[in-house]
Design a protein around this ligand. Sequence first.
Ligand SMILES: [Zn+2]
Length: 312
Amino acid sequence: MVSRHFLGRYLGQEKGPLLVAIGAMHGNEPAGVKGIELILKMLEVEPITHPEFIFRGRFIGILGNPVAYQRRMRFIDVDMNRHWQVSRIRQQIQQPEQPKLVEERAILNVLHLIHEEIRNYQPTEVVLLDLHTTSSTGGIFSIAGDDPTSQNLAVELPAPVILGLADELKGTLLQYVKSIKLDVPVRTISFEAGHHTDPLSVNRCIAALTCCMRAIGCVGQNDVESQHMRVLLDQAEGLPKLTRLVYRHSIRPEDQFVMQPNYSNFKIIRQGEIIAHDSKGAVPSPFDGRILLPLYQKQGDDGFFIVQDIPV
Ligand SMILES: [Zn+2]
């Protein structure tokens, strides 16, 4: 039986890396799934339009959270991208019965798919590209796993790279992969492609996938449609190439946190500026910097983040 998480696979003619793309780890973020489905179609027709086309490696597309995706909710029981805890997952893999929480089952299924693929293919390396979108507008960015090889890959995407965020967010896929030992080198990137409902977020996911395929040597510089790259470049224009996280404002439901309107990713903010309200009153910014991921949806534990530019 084909897994509900399986979106498709492309087998290259030559041996190489395994690129694993994950969409909708948050169910209300459909752009990644659509991007993966479209790039699979584009890869199918590429050898017909360009007979000299060679794909080095293998590509697999995975739907992170099919149950939440169907209901267009960020999650059902727990936030899937804050729930990749090594010890719990290790325990649950040993148990014969399925975990109770929807997202815990989804994590085990996704891991099963990835491990099967690695076992069957024996790639030269594994690259995980986790595709997301945001509830705020303005700006795209990537978060690299906390290792220089992942960061070098993130810099290849024409989008700002946020350093330090991978460490700050607990229980992400990026953190999980860093903590486990695989027999093969692994690089991990999360890519935020724009607003949840912006149709161009799909194009940006395609562009991120194409860029990634080029950077890791699956395809040549001129293979696969380059028109999508334009939307990535347009959106990244004027944004800093490299930034570092300096603050995370975590929230709980009882805080009754509400963002002030009209904040978008990378908007410059000043120390003391009132950027939200909660049950205790006004929430001023503790730093100068740029706001990231201001919360404009009901579900989530992060009110906002602040990053500062790193000169390059
Ligand atoms: Zn997300």
